[in-house]
Write a protein that binds this ligand. Structure first.
Ligand code: PFF
Length: 515
């Protein structure tokens, strides 16, 4: 059954693909703005600690589960666990829901790249009689429902073709070229960003403790627990954890490779690119704001506006060179979005590809990828025409709810994000850690990790983290996400999150161990 299963051709190819999955909109867009919103430096420290004690552990666990079973998430969990066999479904539903908006955001990026390319090639003002301006262009794009859907479709077609190409022939090949190209483009944008007058204010905002408040960017820093929730959610999303993608890629990896060093490489690379993306984006946005007389607290470093309004203004204000940097920047974001989207699509389709292979039906990758792409396009239609809630068809409007509403029904993107990134991801990670730590015992993973060759220190570190640190931190992240999406009483959501933690902890630890 395993003979014909796809695999990566080399460890380098695997690393590029896994880093490609991790490096995405989350790094270039989410990281800088969440860092800004959460008071800069504190966020960075909390993020780094979480990546080390939680991200690395889940990364290693997912890769090991995938490679040990050589199966996609649904079957992998079924094979190793009696109690948690159903977690695999979370790891298919979550990436499917994420794709509903990831593809639309990919479509936005494609539109911005095309606009800058058109301006660079023909001088857009000559075509439409109007230069690109951040907020006007963004507003016009969101309300152009057909355009948004069209570019979403285009984005989906690109991803579909790559996934249809196979694990080594499509995914690995794309990433082996795309990731180094992305790194080069990022360096070019960083040099441009840092040489703008007043860019240093942006650097201070990011790296000088307390400067976000002292410099007048935000009124006050959020409390540490809120930062923990935000940083935890961001770290998981950014590292593509608990969504089936890393597990699926791990299942295509050769038995010879060491999973500890691979996990460390992926976590370090993703974190480094997130910080570098911050350095590319924040100083440019801050410098452009200050140079145009915008008070620092009004510079939009937050939400979708950062990428599509604030940064486009940076390029527009650069004059002649602007469109060139615009093309380079949005192309790099596009590469990042594609390399992540293909891992999400692979995580969804792999189960059925495996099933057909096992049933002797041969390689049905193309057909299954086509079906997965069509289904994603259907759900993405909703997000695309909603235009981040600007076209009056968001969930709250459909439910007839007036006035201020909780985030999760404010628009379709947030609605999909709530169930996937908000609930399925932290819950899935918590359950995975409890399963490994208390039902299966950590040794099962440690045996797979380096064929028993890992250092004794790693063994101890892994065991303590997977049994205690990860489940507890995930309860905080889950509470933080629910508070963010649903609002209302904070205490209530902490009770719910920690209640679930206790229930599943007892469930995992009780009775006979499975192996
Ligand atoms: N890590 C990607 C990002 O930072 O944008 C998003 C992502 C990809 C999340 C794959 C989850 C996943 F399975």
């Amino acid at each position: 059954m395993e003979n014909n299963r796809s695999s990566f051709a080399s460890n380098f190819g695997f690393l590029m693909a896994a880093i490609g999955s991790a490096v995405g909109l989350g790094n270039i867009w989410g990281f800088p703005y969440k860092m800004g919103k959460s008071g800069g430096f504190t966020f960075l420290i909390v993020y780094l600690l979480l990546a080390m004690f939680v991200g690395l552990i889940i990364m290693t666990s997912e890769l090991a589960l995938g490679r040990k079973t050589k199966l996609s998430p649904i079957d992998a969990y079924k094979v190793v666990s009696k109690k948690f066999a159903w977690i695999g479904w979370l790891a298919i539903i979550a990436p499917f829901l994420i794709m509903s908006f990831y593809s639309v955001l990919g479509g936005y990026v494609l539109q911005y790249m095309s606009l800058n390319l058109a301006e660079l090639s023909f001088g857009l003002s000559g075509i439409f009689g109007q230069a690109i301006s951040g907020s006007a262009t963004f507003g016009a794009m969101l309300t152009n429902q057909f355009g948004c859907f069209f570019f979403t479709l285009l984005f989906m077609i690109i991803c579909m073709v790559i996934v249809m190409g196979g694990v080594s022939g499509g995914i690995e090949k794309f990433n082996k070229i795309g990731m180094p190209a992305l790194a080069v483009m990022l360096l070019i944008v960083i040099v441009r960003s840092l040489t703008l007058p007043n860019a240093v204010e942006g650097l201070k905002f990011m790296f000088v403790p307390g400067y976000a408040v002292k410099g007048g960017f935000i009124e006050s820093s959020p409390d540490l627990i809120t930062v923990l929730g935000t940083a935890g959610g961001q770290m998981f999303f950014s590292l593509s954890l608990a969504m089936g993608a890393i597990l699926t890629y791990g299942s295509y990896l050769s038995k010879e490779e060491n999973l500890v060093s691979n996990s460390i490489t992926i976590v370090v690379a993703d974190t480094l690119i997130a910080i570098l993306a911050g350095i590319a984006v924040i100083p440019a946005a801050v410098a452009n704001g200050i140079n145009n007389g915008i008070p620092v607290n009004e510079i939009s470093l937050n939400g979708p506006k950062l990428l599509f309004v604030t940064l486009q203004d940076v390029f527009t204000n650069m004059g002649k060179a602007g469109p060139l940097f615009g093309v380079i920047f949005y192309l790099l974001v596009l590469l990042a979005a594609i390399s992540s989207a293909i891992s999400l699509m692979e995580a969804v389709g792999a189960h059925w590809i495996d099933k057909d292979l096992q049933a002797g039906k041969g390689d049905t990758r193309k057909g299954i990828t086509l079906i997965v792409s069509l289904l994603i396009t259907v759900e993405a239609l909703l997000v695309a025409v909603d235009g981040l809630g600007s076209n009056g068809i968001h969930p709250a409007a459909l439910l007839g709810i007036q006035g201020p509403v909780p985030d999760f029904i404010a628009d379709w993107l947030d609605f999909m994000d709530c169930w996937s990134e908000g609930i399925a991801m932290p819950l899935g990670a918590m359950l995975m850690a409890l399963m490994i730590g208390w039902e299966l015992t950590p040794n099962l993973i440690l045996e797979e990790v380096g064929h028993g060759n890992h250092s004794p220190f790693f063994g101890k570190f892994y065991t303590v983290c997977v049994r205690f640190v990860v489940p507890i931190v995930m309860a905080f992240v889950l509470a933080g996400q629910m508070i963010g999406f649903f609002g209302g009483s904070q205490i209530l959501w902490y009770v719910v999150a920690f209640g679930l933690l206790v229930i599943f902890w007892v469930f995992a630890a009780n009775g006979k161990k499975q192996s």
